[in-house]
Design a protein around this ligand. Sequence first.
Ligand SMILES: Cc1cc2nc3c(=O)[nH]c(=O)nc-3n(C[C@H](O)[C@H](O)[C@H](O)COP(=O)(O)O)c2cc1C
Length: 404
Amino acid sequence: MKKIIIVMSIILLVALVIWLIIQYNNGAGQSEKTEYVASNRDEEILIVDIDELEKRAAEFISIGALGYIQGGAETESTLRRNQTAFDMVDIYPRVLTGVNEPNIKTSILGTEISLPVIVAPAAAHGLAHVSAEAGSAKGAAVSGTIMSVSTYASSTLAEVAAAGDGAPQWFQLYLSKDDKANRQLVKLAEDLGYKAIILTVDAPIGGNRFRDARNNFEFPLALPNVPRAGGKTQGQSINTIFAAAKNVLTPYDVMYVKSLTKLPVIVKGIMHPDDAEVAIIAGADAIWVSNHGGRQLDGAPAAFEVLGDVANRVNKRVPIIFDSGIRRGQHIFKAIAMGADVVAIGRPVIYGLALGGWRGVVSVFDYLKKDLQRVMWLAGTQNIEEIKNVELRYKCISVKCEPL
Ligand SMILES: Cc1cc2nc3c(=O)[nH]c(=O)nc-3n(C[C@H](O)[C@H](O)[C@H](O)COP(=O)(O)O)c2cc1C
Protein backbone atom coordinates (compact mmCIF):
# COMPACT_ATOMS: atom_id res chain seq x y z
CA MET A 1 0.00 0.00 0.00
CA LYS A 2 2.78 2.41 1.00
CA LYS A 3 4.55 1.61 -2.29
CA ILE A 4 1.41 2.40 -4.32
CA ILE A 5 1.03 5.76 -2.56
CA ILE A 6 4.67 6.66 -3.29
CA VAL A 7 4.33 5.67 -6.98
CA MET A 8 1.07 7.64 -7.29
CA SER A 9 2.65 10.67 -5.66
CA ILE A 10 5.60 10.54 -8.07
CA ILE A 11 3.25 10.25 -11.07
CA LEU A 12 1.22 13.20 -9.79
CA LEU A 13 4.37 15.24 -9.21
CA VAL A 14 5.70 14.50 -12.71
CA ALA A 15 2.29 15.40 -14.22
CA LEU A 16 2.29 18.66 -12.25
CA VAL A 17 5.78 19.57 -13.45
CA ILE A 18 4.84 18.82 -17.10
CA TRP A 19 1.69 20.93 -16.76
CA LEU A 20 3.68 23.81 -15.28
CA ILE A 21 6.23 23.65 -18.12
CA ILE A 22 3.45 23.72 -20.74
CA GLN A 23 1.78 26.68 -19.03
CA TYR A 24 5.07 28.54 -18.82
CA ASN A 25 5.86 27.98 -22.52
CA ASN A 26 2.40 29.06 -23.62
CA GLY A 27 2.66 32.18 -21.54
CA ALA A 28 6.12 33.07 -22.81
CA GLY A 29 5.20 32.60 -26.45
CA GLN A 30 1.80 34.22 -26.33
CA SER A 31 2.10 37.08 -23.89
CA GLU A 32 1.60 39.64 -26.67
CA LYS A 33 -1.44 37.87 -28.12
CA THR A 34 -3.41 37.86 -24.92
CA GLU A 35 -2.41 41.40 -24.04
CA TYR A 36 -3.80 42.97 -27.23
CA VAL A 37 -5.44 46.31 -26.50
CA ALA A 38 -6.27 48.95 -29.08
CA SER A 39 -6.33 52.69 -28.47
CA ASN A 40 -9.62 54.58 -28.15
CA ARG A 41 -8.16 58.08 -28.30
CA ASP A 42 -10.21 60.75 -29.99
CA GLU A 43 -8.26 63.96 -30.53
CA GLU A 44 -6.34 66.08 -32.99
CA ILE A 45 -2.61 65.48 -32.82
CA LEU A 46 0.21 67.95 -33.03
CA ILE A 47 2.74 66.89 -35.66
CA VAL A 48 6.20 68.35 -36.12
CA ASP A 49 7.58 65.45 -38.16
CA ILE A 50 5.56 62.44 -39.33
CA ASP A 51 8.54 60.18 -38.61
CA GLU A 52 8.03 60.85 -34.91
CA LEU A 53 4.52 59.40 -34.97
CA GLU A 54 5.87 55.86 -35.03
CA LYS A 55 7.51 56.28 -31.63
CA ARG A 56 4.55 58.13 -30.16
CA ALA A 57 2.03 55.57 -31.43
CA ALA A 58 4.10 52.71 -30.00
CA GLU A 59 2.74 53.60 -26.57
CA PHE A 60 -0.79 52.68 -27.67
CA ILE A 61 -0.18 49.55 -29.74
CA SER A 62 0.60 46.07 -28.39
CA ILE A 63 4.13 44.83 -29.08
CA GLY A 64 3.32 42.14 -31.65
CA ALA A 65 0.89 44.39 -33.50
CA LEU A 66 3.45 47.20 -33.52
CA GLY A 67 6.07 44.89 -35.04
CA TYR A 68 3.56 43.85 -37.70
CA ILE A 69 2.74 47.46 -38.57
CA GLN A 70 6.24 48.97 -38.39
CA GLY A 71 8.17 46.08 -39.79
CA GLY A 72 9.48 45.14 -43.19
CA ALA A 73 10.90 41.94 -44.60
CA GLU A 74 14.12 40.40 -43.25
CA THR A 75 16.76 42.98 -42.27
CA GLU A 76 14.51 45.78 -43.54
CA SER A 77 17.08 47.17 -45.97
CA THR A 78 14.38 47.92 -48.55
CA LEU A 79 12.19 49.47 -45.85
CA ARG A 80 15.03 51.84 -44.93
CA ARG A 81 15.80 52.58 -48.58
CA ASN A 82 12.20 53.63 -49.14
CA GLN A 83 12.94 56.62 -46.92
CA THR A 84 16.46 57.52 -48.03
CA ALA A 85 15.79 57.16 -51.77
CA PHE A 86 14.08 60.54 -51.86
CA ASP A 87 17.45 62.11 -50.99
CA MET A 88 18.89 60.91 -54.33
CA VAL A 89 17.22 63.85 -56.02
CA ASP A 90 16.92 67.52 -55.16
CA ILE A 91 14.26 70.10 -55.76
CA TYR A 92 15.61 73.38 -57.09
CA PRO A 93 14.33 76.31 -55.07
CA ARG A 94 12.75 78.72 -57.58
CA VAL A 95 12.36 82.44 -56.93
CA LEU A 96 10.66 85.47 -58.45
CA THR A 97 7.94 83.17 -59.72
CA GLY A 98 4.88 85.06 -58.56
CA VAL A 99 3.52 81.88 -57.00
CA ASN A 100 0.88 82.52 -54.36
CA GLU A 101 -0.98 79.98 -52.14
CA PRO A 102 -0.34 76.94 -54.37
CA ASN A 103 -3.40 74.88 -55.21
CA ILE A 104 -2.92 71.27 -54.08
CA LYS A 105 -6.24 69.90 -55.34
CA THR A 106 -6.15 67.25 -58.04
CA SER A 107 -8.11 64.29 -59.37
CA ILE A 108 -7.52 60.60 -60.00
CA LEU A 109 -9.69 58.28 -62.12
CA GLY A 110 -12.35 60.98 -62.30
CA THR A 111 -12.48 61.64 -58.55
CA GLU A 112 -11.55 65.07 -57.20
CA ILE A 113 -9.43 65.08 -54.07
CA SER A 114 -8.21 67.87 -51.82
CA LEU A 115 -4.55 66.83 -52.02
CA PRO A 116 -2.60 64.30 -54.11
CA VAL A 117 -2.34 61.88 -51.19
CA ILE A 118 -4.71 58.99 -50.52
CA VAL A 119 -4.91 56.18 -47.95
CA ALA A 120 -3.06 52.99 -48.98
CA PRO A 121 -4.83 49.71 -48.20
CA ALA A 122 -3.46 48.15 -45.04
CA ALA A 123 -4.65 45.14 -43.09
CA ALA A 124 -6.14 45.28 -39.62
CA HIS A 125 -6.37 48.94 -38.60
CA GLY A 126 -8.14 47.50 -35.58
CA LEU A 127 -4.71 46.65 -34.17
CA ALA A 128 -4.19 50.38 -33.73
CA HIS A 129 -7.60 51.74 -32.76
CA VAL A 130 -11.00 50.43 -31.76
CA SER A 131 -12.65 52.29 -34.64
CA ALA A 132 -10.42 50.37 -37.10
CA GLU A 133 -10.85 51.10 -40.83
CA ALA A 134 -14.15 52.84 -40.15
CA GLY A 135 -12.16 55.46 -38.20
CA SER A 136 -9.59 55.84 -40.97
CA ALA A 137 -12.40 56.12 -43.53
CA LYS A 138 -13.99 58.96 -41.58
CA GLY A 139 -10.60 60.68 -41.32
CA ALA A 140 -10.05 60.31 -45.08
CA ALA A 141 -13.56 61.57 -45.85
CA VAL A 142 -13.18 64.64 -43.63
CA SER A 143 -9.79 65.29 -45.25
CA GLY A 144 -11.34 65.15 -48.73
CA THR A 145 -9.39 62.18 -49.98
CA ILE A 146 -9.76 58.53 -51.00
CA MET A 147 -9.84 55.65 -48.50
CA SER A 148 -8.50 52.32 -49.78
CA VAL A 149 -9.75 49.30 -47.85
CA SER A 150 -7.88 46.01 -47.69
CA THR A 151 -9.48 42.56 -48.05
CA TYR A 152 -7.75 42.03 -44.69
CA ALA A 153 -9.42 45.02 -43.05
CA SER A 154 -10.75 44.59 -39.52
CA SER A 155 -13.93 46.54 -40.30
CA THR A 156 -16.46 45.14 -42.74
CA LEU A 157 -16.75 46.77 -46.16
CA ALA A 158 -20.21 47.98 -45.15
CA GLU A 159 -18.91 49.62 -41.95
CA VAL A 160 -16.19 51.43 -43.91
CA ALA A 161 -18.68 52.60 -46.53
CA ALA A 162 -21.02 53.89 -43.82
CA ALA A 163 -18.19 55.76 -42.08
CA GLY A 164 -17.16 57.36 -45.38
CA ASP A 165 -20.72 58.61 -45.83
CA GLY A 166 -20.50 58.91 -49.62
CA ALA A 167 -16.82 59.91 -49.78
CA PRO A 168 -14.76 58.12 -52.44
CA GLN A 169 -13.43 54.70 -51.45
CA TRP A 170 -11.50 51.98 -53.26
CA PHE A 171 -11.54 48.29 -52.41
CA GLN A 172 -8.26 46.36 -52.43
CA LEU A 173 -8.70 42.75 -53.48
CA TYR A 174 -6.49 39.83 -52.57
CA LEU A 175 -7.73 37.15 -54.90
CA SER A 176 -9.08 34.06 -53.19
CA LYS A 177 -8.66 30.58 -54.66
CA ASP A 178 -12.45 30.50 -54.59
CA ASP A 179 -13.92 32.22 -57.67
CA LYS A 180 -17.33 32.52 -56.09
CA ALA A 181 -15.84 34.40 -53.13
CA ASN A 182 -14.00 36.75 -55.51
CA ARG A 183 -17.17 37.48 -57.41
CA GLN A 184 -19.14 38.05 -54.21
CA LEU A 185 -16.55 40.42 -52.74
CA VAL A 186 -16.25 42.53 -55.89
CA LYS A 187 -20.05 42.64 -56.24
CA LEU A 188 -20.39 43.68 -52.59
CA ALA A 189 -17.83 46.46 -53.08
CA GLU A 190 -19.71 47.65 -56.19
CA ASP A 191 -23.06 47.55 -54.40
CA LEU A 192 -21.66 49.53 -51.48
CA GLY A 193 -20.46 52.26 -53.85
CA TYR A 194 -16.69 51.64 -53.91
CA LYS A 195 -15.22 53.49 -56.89
CA ALA A 196 -12.34 51.22 -57.95
CA ILE A 197 -10.86 47.78 -57.37
CA ILE A 198 -7.18 47.62 -56.43
CA LEU A 199 -5.75 44.24 -57.34
CA THR A 200 -2.62 43.66 -55.25
CA VAL A 201 -0.21 41.39 -57.10
CA ASP A 202 3.02 41.60 -55.09
CA ALA A 203 2.00 39.22 -52.31
CA PRO A 204 1.48 35.74 -53.77
CA ILE A 205 3.32 34.73 -50.61
CA GLY A 206 4.17 36.80 -47.53
CA GLY A 207 7.60 38.40 -47.16
CA ASN A 208 9.90 36.92 -44.53
CA ARG A 209 9.13 39.32 -41.70
CA PHE A 210 11.59 38.71 -38.91
CA ARG A 211 9.70 40.85 -36.38
CA ASP A 212 6.50 38.81 -36.80
CA ALA A 213 8.46 35.56 -36.48
CA ARG A 214 10.24 36.75 -33.33
CA ASN A 215 7.00 37.98 -31.78
CA ASN A 216 5.14 34.86 -32.93
CA PHE A 217 2.58 37.37 -34.18
CA GLU A 218 -0.90 36.13 -34.90
CA PHE A 219 -3.92 38.31 -35.58
CA PRO A 220 -5.77 38.80 -32.29
CA LEU A 221 -8.85 40.04 -34.14
CA ALA A 222 -11.22 38.99 -36.88
CA LEU A 223 -10.65 40.09 -40.48
CA PRO A 224 -14.30 39.86 -41.47
CA ASN A 225 -13.85 40.18 -45.25
CA VAL A 226 -11.46 37.24 -45.66
CA PRO A 227 -13.53 34.80 -47.70
CA ARG A 228 -12.08 31.35 -47.06
CA ALA A 229 -11.75 31.77 -43.32
CA GLY A 230 -15.28 33.19 -43.11
CA GLY A 231 -13.62 36.13 -41.36
CA LYS A 232 -12.47 34.00 -38.42
CA THR A 233 -8.80 34.88 -38.51
CA GLN A 234 -8.02 35.17 -34.80
CA GLY A 235 -4.92 33.20 -33.99
CA GLN A 236 -3.72 33.08 -37.63
CA SER A 237 -0.45 34.55 -38.85
CA ILE A 238 -0.29 36.74 -41.95
CA ASN A 239 1.53 33.90 -43.71
CA THR A 240 -1.32 31.49 -43.01
CA ILE A 241 -3.77 34.04 -44.36
CA PHE A 242 -1.66 34.70 -47.49
CA ALA A 243 -1.35 30.95 -48.02
CA ALA A 244 -5.13 30.65 -48.14
CA ALA A 245 -5.31 33.31 -50.88
CA LYS A 246 -4.54 32.72 -54.54
CA ASN A 247 -0.76 32.41 -54.70
CA VAL A 248 -0.11 31.90 -58.39
CA LEU A 249 -0.89 35.08 -60.31
CA THR A 250 -0.65 35.79 -64.03
CA PRO A 251 -1.89 38.53 -66.39
CA TYR A 252 -5.07 36.46 -66.77
CA ASP A 253 -5.92 37.39 -63.19
CA VAL A 254 -6.00 41.05 -64.18
CA MET A 255 -8.24 40.12 -67.11
CA TYR A 256 -10.36 37.99 -64.79
CA VAL A 257 -10.91 40.86 -62.32
CA LYS A 258 -11.68 43.17 -65.24
CA SER A 259 -14.33 40.68 -66.32
CA LEU A 260 -15.95 40.81 -62.87
CA THR A 261 -16.56 44.55 -62.78
CA LYS A 262 -17.17 47.74 -64.66
CA LEU A 263 -15.15 49.64 -62.05
CA PRO A 264 -11.58 50.70 -62.88
CA VAL A 265 -9.04 48.05 -61.91
CA ILE A 266 -5.76 49.32 -60.45
CA VAL A 267 -2.84 46.89 -60.38
CA LYS A 268 -0.84 47.42 -57.18
CA GLY A 269 2.71 46.30 -56.48
CA ILE A 270 4.46 47.16 -59.77
CA MET A 271 8.21 47.72 -59.54
CA HIS A 272 9.43 46.85 -63.04
CA PRO A 273 8.62 48.67 -66.30
CA ASP A 274 7.96 45.35 -68.09
CA ASP A 275 5.38 44.40 -65.46
CA ALA A 276 3.68 47.75 -65.92
CA GLU A 277 3.50 47.01 -69.65
CA VAL A 278 2.03 43.54 -69.04
CA ALA A 279 -0.53 44.92 -66.57
CA ILE A 280 -1.62 47.61 -69.04
CA ILE A 281 -1.95 45.08 -71.86
CA ALA A 282 -4.03 42.91 -69.51
CA GLY A 283 -6.37 45.85 -68.98
CA ALA A 284 -5.12 47.76 -65.91
CA ASP A 285 -6.80 51.15 -65.67
CA ALA A 286 -4.03 52.44 -63.40
CA ILE A 287 -0.64 51.27 -62.16
CA TRP A 288 0.30 51.41 -58.47
CA VAL A 289 4.07 51.55 -58.03
CA SER A 290 4.90 50.09 -54.63
CA ASN A 291 7.14 47.60 -52.86
CA HIS A 292 4.44 47.09 -50.22
CA GLY A 293 6.23 49.41 -47.81
CA GLY A 294 9.32 47.16 -47.81
CA ARG A 295 7.31 44.25 -46.42
CA GLN A 296 7.68 41.74 -49.23
CA LEU A 297 11.02 41.31 -51.06
CA ASP A 298 13.90 42.61 -48.98
CA GLY A 299 16.77 43.48 -51.29
CA ALA A 300 14.38 45.12 -53.73
CA PRO A 301 15.05 48.74 -54.66
CA ALA A 302 13.17 51.56 -53.00
CA ALA A 303 9.91 52.17 -54.82
CA PHE A 304 11.03 55.74 -55.55
CA GLU A 305 14.16 54.45 -57.29
CA VAL A 306 12.11 52.67 -59.96
CA LEU A 307 9.30 55.21 -60.30
CA GLY A 308 10.93 57.19 -63.13
CA ASP A 309 11.56 54.08 -65.25
CA VAL A 310 8.05 52.76 -64.74
CA ALA A 311 6.54 56.19 -65.51
CA ASN A 312 8.55 56.42 -68.73
CA ARG A 313 7.24 53.06 -69.87
CA VAL A 314 3.66 53.85 -68.88
CA ASN A 315 4.05 57.11 -70.77
CA LYS A 316 0.76 58.59 -69.49
CA ARG A 317 -1.37 55.75 -70.94
CA VAL A 318 -2.88 55.25 -67.48
CA PRO A 319 -2.49 57.15 -64.20
CA ILE A 320 0.19 56.16 -61.69
CA ILE A 321 -0.31 55.88 -57.95
CA PHE A 322 2.85 55.65 -55.89
CA ASP A 323 3.59 54.55 -52.32
CA SER A 324 6.31 53.32 -49.96
CA GLY A 325 8.06 55.83 -47.75
CA ILE A 326 6.01 59.02 -48.27
CA ARG A 327 6.29 61.06 -45.07
CA ARG A 328 6.48 64.74 -46.08
CA GLY A 329 5.70 67.36 -48.65
CA GLN A 330 9.02 67.07 -50.45
CA HIS A 331 8.43 63.31 -50.94
CA ILE A 332 5.02 63.97 -52.49
CA PHE A 333 6.52 66.68 -54.70
CA LYS A 334 9.43 64.47 -55.83
CA ALA A 335 7.16 61.50 -56.57
CA ILE A 336 4.86 63.66 -58.71
CA ALA A 337 7.82 65.27 -60.51
CA MET A 338 9.12 61.75 -61.14
CA GLY A 339 5.88 60.63 -62.80
CA ALA A 340 3.24 59.78 -60.16
CA ASP A 341 -0.23 61.30 -60.40
CA VAL A 342 -1.02 60.76 -56.74
CA VAL A 343 0.75 59.10 -53.81
CA ALA A 344 -0.53 56.96 -50.95
CA ILE A 345 0.43 56.57 -47.30
CA GLY A 346 0.17 53.39 -45.25
CA ARG A 347 1.79 53.52 -41.82
CA PRO A 348 1.29 57.26 -41.14
CA VAL A 349 -2.49 56.76 -41.32
CA ILE A 350 -2.31 53.88 -38.84
CA TYR A 351 -0.16 55.91 -36.43
CA GLY A 352 -2.48 58.91 -36.75
CA LEU A 353 -5.41 56.59 -36.01
CA ALA A 354 -3.71 55.12 -32.92
CA LEU A 355 -2.87 58.57 -31.57
CA GLY A 356 -6.15 60.34 -32.20
CA GLY A 357 -8.77 58.14 -33.90
CA TRP A 358 -10.30 59.70 -37.04
CA ARG A 359 -9.20 63.16 -35.84
CA GLY A 360 -5.62 61.90 -35.74
CA VAL A 361 -5.93 60.77 -39.37
CA VAL A 362 -7.20 64.24 -40.28
CA SER A 363 -4.17 65.74 -38.48
CA VAL A 364 -1.84 63.62 -40.65
CA PHE A 365 -3.52 64.84 -43.85
CA ASP A 366 -3.62 68.45 -42.59
CA TYR A 367 0.11 68.25 -41.95
CA LEU A 368 0.79 66.90 -45.44
CA LYS A 369 -1.43 69.55 -47.03
CA LYS A 370 0.48 72.38 -45.35
CA ASP A 371 3.85 70.80 -45.96
CA LEU A 372 3.18 70.13 -49.64
CA GLN A 373 1.89 73.64 -50.13
CA ARG A 374 5.02 75.07 -48.53
CA VAL A 375 7.31 72.96 -50.73
CA MET A 376 5.37 73.95 -53.87
CA TRP A 377 5.61 77.62 -52.94
CA LEU A 378 9.38 77.43 -52.36
CA ALA A 379 9.81 75.44 -55.58
CA GLY A 380 7.78 77.90 -57.66
CA THR A 381 4.87 75.65 -58.59
CA GLN A 382 1.33 76.97 -58.48
CA ASN A 383 -0.52 73.69 -58.92
CA ILE A 384 -0.08 69.92 -59.18
CA GLU A 385 0.11 69.95 -63.01
CA GLU A 386 3.10 72.29 -62.78
CA ILE A 387 4.93 69.85 -60.51
CA LYS A 388 4.70 67.28 -63.33
CA ASN A 389 6.85 69.57 -65.50
CA VAL A 390 9.51 70.17 -62.85
CA GLU A 391 13.01 68.86 -63.57
CA LEU A 392 14.52 67.39 -60.42
CA ARG A 393 18.25 67.61 -59.90
CA TYR A 394 19.76 64.14 -59.90
CA LYS A 395 22.65 63.66 -57.51
CA CYS A 396 23.43 60.14 -58.44
CA ILE A 397 21.39 58.96 -61.38
CA SER A 398 22.87 61.65 -63.68
CA VAL A 399 26.35 60.21 -63.24
CA LYS A 400 24.95 56.73 -63.94
CA CYS A 401 25.20 54.58 -60.83
CA GLU A 402 27.13 51.37 -61.24
CA PRO A 403 25.71 48.16 -59.80
CA LEU A 404 26.67 47.77 -56.14
C1 LIG B 1 0.35 47.13 -41.46
C2 LIG B 1 0.31 47.11 -42.96
C3 LIG B 1 -0.59 46.27 -43.60
C4 LIG B 1 -0.65 46.25 -44.98
N1 LIG B 1 -1.61 45.49 -45.59
C5 LIG B 1 -1.78 45.57 -46.93
C6 LIG B 1 -2.86 44.91 -47.56
O1 LIG B 1 -3.67 44.26 -46.92
N2 LIG B 1 -2.97 45.04 -48.90
C7 LIG B 1 -2.10 45.77 -49.66
O2 LIG B 1 -2.25 45.85 -50.88
N3 LIG B 1 -1.08 46.42 -49.07
C8 LIG B 1 -0.90 46.36 -47.74
N4 LIG B 1 0.09 47.07 -47.15
C9 LIG B 1 0.99 47.91 -47.96
C10 LIG B 1 0.41 49.33 -48.15
O3 LIG B 1 -0.69 49.32 -49.02
C11 LIG B 1 1.45 50.27 -48.74
O4 LIG B 1 1.94 49.72 -49.92
C12 LIG B 1 2.59 50.60 -47.79
O5 LIG B 1 2.15 50.71 -46.46
C13 LIG B 1 3.20 51.92 -48.21
O6 LIG B 1 4.31 52.22 -47.44
P1 LIG B 1 4.29 53.23 -46.20
O7 LIG B 1 3.72 52.48 -45.06
O8 LIG B 1 5.74 53.54 -46.06
O9 LIG B 1 3.46 54.43 -46.58
C14 LIG B 1 0.20 47.08 -45.76
C15 LIG B 1 1.10 47.92 -45.10
C16 LIG B 1 1.15 47.95 -43.72
C17 LIG B 1 2.11 48.89 -43.04
